[in-house]
Design a protein. Sequence first.
Length: 507
Amino acid sequence: MFNLAIILRESADAFPEHSAIYFDGGRMTYGELDAGSDAVAEGLTAIGIRPGEKVALQLPNIPQFVVAYFGILKAGGVVVPLNPLFKAREVAYCLRHSTARALITWAGAATEAAKGAADAGVDAVYAVGPAGDSLKPFPELLKHAPHRRPLAAREGVDTAAIVFTSGTTGTPRAAELTHMQLYMNADIPGRLFNVHPDDVVLTALPLFHVFGLSSILNICIRFGCAMSLVPRFDPAAVLTAVQRDRVTIFEGVPTMFVAVLDYPDLDRFDTSSLRIAISGGSAIAAHVLDAFEARFDVVILEGYGLTETASTTTFNTGVDNRRAYSVGKPIWGVEVQIWDDEGHCLPSGHEHIGELVTRGFHVMKGYFEQPEATAKALAGGWLHTGDLGYMDEDGFFFIVDRKKELIIRGGYNVYPREVEEVLYSHPAVADAAVFGVPDARLGEEITAVVSLKPGASAEPQELVMYCRDRMASYKYPRTVEIRDELPKTSTGKIAKLELKYEIAGRR
């Protein structure tokens, strides 16, 4: 028997008065979190949720997310995290394709959530905050007298969470992650960067995404430290939380590091409590990494993972054992190789670029009720990530780009990230996205869209020439478009596909 919720029970026993959550306006102790999630478990059981049944959780980074998450697990349910920004159609799709029996949402999403739930035939819908009479109030799940209840009996191989992929390359798929898989992907990475109960981890990454769920929430609760919750990323809100809660670990995606670095009033905040930073989600530009480390006097440890690997696959294992600009080495129990298009393992060296494939405890059970997609993703017993990279002679892995984002211009391979690195090195550029658009003569042509730092100026042709002077002639973008800001996904990544389709549609 193994239920992931044991990580909360054990930390609450060890540190009942220790802060588990800091938020704007207060804190929640481990004892309070344990009792609150027990109450949710009682409430879900009372409405008929049985072990193995799915409960969707559609909340921003607020304390109720954590309370409900562990309540679902304690009841033996399967957590289905959903983006609070989803519209009715998206909510209905996820509820239907996960076979969820209940939904916990919030007032800000109530209208769309109610429509989506009705379309999917889900009538047990609870809302945090005032949501009118159409939905049940979340406190109804807490009304049963809280008492220490035994955790529902689950096995390590049972599904604990169904997390939908981002869907940037098509219809989102529901990755099944197990109790033991999520436990191991909290325990091992947490030990690698020596997280301890005195740490306070910035939690601006959305908890409905696997990075925030696995690499922050589960790690923090496993090791008894605190989360500093930021419901919506904003550099001012982040810096306020760092100063207020004495944050020690800054976790984010590259665009978050850029936004904080470029914040005009950065110097008025006390960030001296920071001891380390962690970047993931996509490769961080060398220029950004160097600038952040110099400004905050911390080391950024970069890692790599996917929804399908419960987050962490590779990681730079510590301040004294890292390779800057790499995503590190495979964590314990994980194998990673670089394969060519014929499935042959490539040797080390930056000239041997291929697809990353991986196997180990971290790989999902599969896509829920999608056997064909599962078989394709796990062909040959390895997860095919769709990411291109190489391994150096010392076993460190480097990500070059997404396989599907590779630009083939006149027969030459162009990796968008390499072009973006050059653009980021320009002193005026804040964000950059590079992609290929159809071209009758060359197959694809290279296009860039950038935003500029506050107060900076640059002309499109100036940026074209800047790239032309720094890379081979077939690599530089022929057109650069400057915008006030680039669209972002809910996890803070640049919505490159959205830009690509928009610009390709104009041609």
